[in-house]
Design a protein around this ligand. Structure first.
Ligand code: CUA
Length: 152
């Protein structure tokens, strides 16, 4: 009868959802980070697109992507250089504990959580030098955890 059919159909849907979730988690050898940021395995950043070699990538005439890995007590890379008049999207994740990522003098400010990728886009119109600091307490070296951003 119809009730049994519906029950069967919902069960199938549920099994389908669960296998999608499991497959999604287990199938992650190389992780692509989508437009919303995304999830990564903090212990496998060496095989994670972008974070295998953190740094600046040109993606358009005046558009850049910067992958940054935070760890106790540094950012990789420690120096970031981009041209003025550019739009720069930062993808930031952590190799260990929760950190912060703040580009002093801009509104770029996010938590950096292991397993997650924070995404921030900033327009840099003028040349300048910016400090990048960790603003979440992450241990003994927290206060010295910094990097520099050069807009040339
Ligand atoms: Cu990293 Cu505080």
């Amino acid at each position: 009868n119809y009730e049994k059919l519906w029950l069967g159909a919902s069960l199938l849907l549920i099994v389908g959802f669960i296998s999608t979730i499991v497959y999604g988690a287990a199938g992650a050898g190389v992780t692509m980070v989508n437009d919303e940021g995304g999830h990564v395995n903090p212990n496998n950043l060496g095989n994670t697109s972008g974070f295998d070699d953190p740094g600046v990538t040109k993606i358009g005439p005046s558009e850049y992507e910067v992958h940054v890995a935070a760890l106790r007590f540094a950012f990789q890379p420690g120096t970031i250089e981009v041209p003025a008049n550019s739009t720069v999207t930062f993808y930031v994740t952590s190799r260990d504990v929760i950190h912060g990522f703040q580009i002093v003098g801009t509104n770029a400010n996010t938590m950096v959580i292991p397993g997650e990728v924070s995404k921030i886009t900033v327009n840099f119109d003028e040349p300048g030098e910016y400090g990048i600091v960790c603003h979440e307490y992450c241990g003994a070296g927290h206060h010295s955890m910094a990097a520099e951003l050069l807009v040339k």
